[in-house]
Design a protein around this ligand. Sequence first.
Ligand code: URA
Length: 282
Amino acid sequence: MYEPVLSPDEARALLRWYADMGVDEAVAPTPTNLFSWRADRPGLAAATAPAAARKRQAVSGAPSSPAPAMVAANAADAPMPADEAVAAAQAAARTADNFEALIAAIEAFEGCPLKAGARKTVVADGSPGGDLLVLGEAPGRDEDATGKPFVGRAGQLLDKMLTSIGRARTTDTLISNVIFWRPPGNRTPTATETAICRPFVDRLIELAAPKVILLAGGAPTQAMLGLSGIMRARGVWRDIEIGGRAIPAMPIFHPAFLLRQPMQKRLAWRDLLALDQRLREG
Ligand code: URA
């Protein structure tokens, strides 16, 4: 008799874990190590060739000769070299002369390898004309599903933090990230991915022209100020120079960190009061 290896609850938990880790497409009935793929095992390649290659094959009606398809797919799908991707991002960002054009340029951009694994491009939410810009790290699962930054549990806490000083994304605050596509399994974005997105972040700051920038967490603090160590960096104002303007920026604990370490809310509250004062000073 068939004995299930996992109970329904265990199977559900395993699937949820796969989804959280970014494994969300079943390409073959069993896991395959593509690093050990060999051209002399054709059946395997047909099942495991990247989706784009399979689609190309289907469209062109080419016979499923797996080895060449795999090679061609790898050549065509190979990511752009990082310096070319940064140059392409700079060129695309420069041409955007308003906020909508910038969003369209980011959505059309193909130079960031993270895009291939993401469902949605997540650029910004809130008020582009507001005096406060909050920059987070990167979209997570909820943001990837909805296309809006900071909508999951951390986003809800961020909204509460803003409300506590009389601010809201609907009225005076713009919210974005230093990365526009969800990294697989929510891993920390690499320096290359951050450098590729950076020209768009700079242009977003130029166009939004906020009075003050809040850097939520270590990743945006590293990306925008070159500082590591959020514990020491938080609560201290430093300028970000963009487009000939010096904009005061303050690192603050990421709301996801505060959900894990509620004791640290005391320091976050202190930072929020300093932010409020700065905004009132005009
Ligand atoms: N964490 C971030 O840094 N950004 C989001 O948009 C969501 C969670």
